[in-house]
Design a protein around this ligand. Structure first.
Ligand code: NAD
Ligand code: IPM
Ligand code: MN
Length: 365
């Protein structure tokens, strides 16, 4: 049976609560399937600024590089919002993505049948939604130089640069096509090619990559239209591939198809080393420390880790099935309240999912 080293970076706010839930569920997987998971904790974000004076300490980076995979919670909060740019929690997240070469951020969007009424959209519109957003994560406007504030001739200015190299576009688009091959064989490449040079290069490269995948259909969609289509007819999508900032915005929007931002997991795959798994949501300062946060995005991120980093398919299915079952039984954290059921705390939801993991594996053996 396997031995796996997992670096856990809880970060700030509900990041701490939801990663602790995901670790609990992984421990249950370990017990029942006979794997040994080692959890080693590292600092990132505001917690790292407070304790180590920097949002991404060298020690954390070393721990991640020595691990088989990384589980991250969330970073940020009002306490650090007025810090200078290099001392912001978000800087730690961007730095770890860059340092570990986490270029491909997979954000699956699935609407569970039991949560159809949790979405503010009409039930027939969201029932059966199942697509994945492939977000480029280490380039674009988040990282381009120059970036910062300047005063020129007494005038205050700020600049950000949206820059993509051809190879950066190629590898993320290829990832989208590979995923589509195992799904419904459709890639929607989202850009703003009617305005941006970087998008025109993106479109050209997408066309080139598509030639290597004749069995997969490629369509292009402008990002403003995509934002609308996600609400009008979300079931048209299979794999959406897009640049860093568009992917950030569209995935928060898409989360409402699943009922809540607290439902969306993600995998940030590395080109060269350990991959990182993180919920799509942030540190949610408005509910932090209240035992109210939905732990499912973090738990499903752990399931993605089992499948994509460790190749543990049955174990990943056990976790996904446990989540499905807890929801089917009517357990709801407060964010899912519109779909009825019984409102439970973060801990109660975690306990139920843990129990279902143990149960599932008992049946499977
Ligand atoms: P957010 O995602 O933290 O919260 C947005 C809203 O969704 C809030 O009302 C929150 O309560 C709710 N929500 C989010 N996750 C939830 C969950 N699991 N269960 C129940 N409700 C949930 O976004 P924000 O408020 O714009 O940002 C807060 C902080 O988080 C900022 O500092 C931001 O930079 C940071 N952030 C970090 C990440 C990350 O670490 N990956 C992602 C997004 C935002
Ligand atoms: C996310 C977050 C981050 C991003 C922030 C906190 C830097 O919103 O992971 O989606 O914009 O990538
Ligand atoms: Mn985001």
């Amino acid at each position: 049976m396997g031995n796996y080293r997992i670096a856990v970076l809880p970060g700030d706010g509900i990041g701490k609560e939801v990663t602790s839930g995901a670790v609990e569920v992984l421990k249950a997987v370990g017990i029942r399937f006979g794997h040994e998971f080692t959890f080693e904790y590292g600092l990132i974000g505001g917690a790292a600024i407070d304790e180590a004076g920097t949002p991404l300490p060298e020690e954390t980076l070393r721990l991640c590089r020595e691990s088989d995979a990384v589980l991250l919670g969330a970073v940020g909060g009002p306490k650090w919002d007025d810090n200078p740019p290099h001392l912001r929690p978000e800087k730690g997240l961007l730095a770890i993505r860059k340092q570990l070469d986490l270029y491909a951020n997979l954000r699956p969007v699935v609407c569970y049948d039991s949560l159809v009424s949790a979405s503010p959209l009409k039930p027939d519109l969201v029932q059966g939604v199942d697509f994945v957003i492939v977000r480029e994560l280490t380039g674009g406007i988040y990282f381009g130089q120059p970036s910062g504030r300047v005063v020129e001739n007494g005038e205050e200015k700020a600049v950000d640069t949206l820059l993509y190299k051809k190879e950066e576009i190629e590898r993320i688009v290829r990832m989208a096509f590979i995923l589509a091959r195992g799904r419904k064989k459709k890639v929607t490449s989202v850009d703003k090619a009617n305005v941006l040079s970087s998008s025109r290069l993106w479109r050209e490269v997408a066309e080139e990559v598509a030639k290597q995948f004749p069995d997969v259909t490629l369509e292009h969609m402008l990002v403003d239209n995509a934002a609308m289509q996600l609400i009008r007819a979300p079931k048209q999508f299979d794999v959406i591939v897009t640049e860093n900032m568009f992917g950030d915005i569209l995935s928060d929007e898409a989360s409402m198809l699943s009922g809540s931002l607290g439902m969306l997991p993600s995998a940030s795959l590395s080109a060269s080393g350990p991959s990182l798994y993180e919920p799509v949501h942030g540190s949610a300062p408005d509910i932090a420390g209240m035992n109210k946060a939905n732990p499912i995005a973090a738990i499903l991120s752990a399931a993605m880790m089992l499948r994509l980093s460790f190749g543990l398919t049955a174990e990943a299915e056990a976790v996904e099935h446990a989540v499905w079952q807890a929801l089917a039984l009517g357990l709801r954290t407060a964010d899912l309240a519109p779909s009825g059921g019984r409102i439970v705390s973060t801990n109660e939801m975690v306990e139920e999912i843990k129990a279902a993991v143990l149960d599932y594996t008992a049946i499977a053996q």
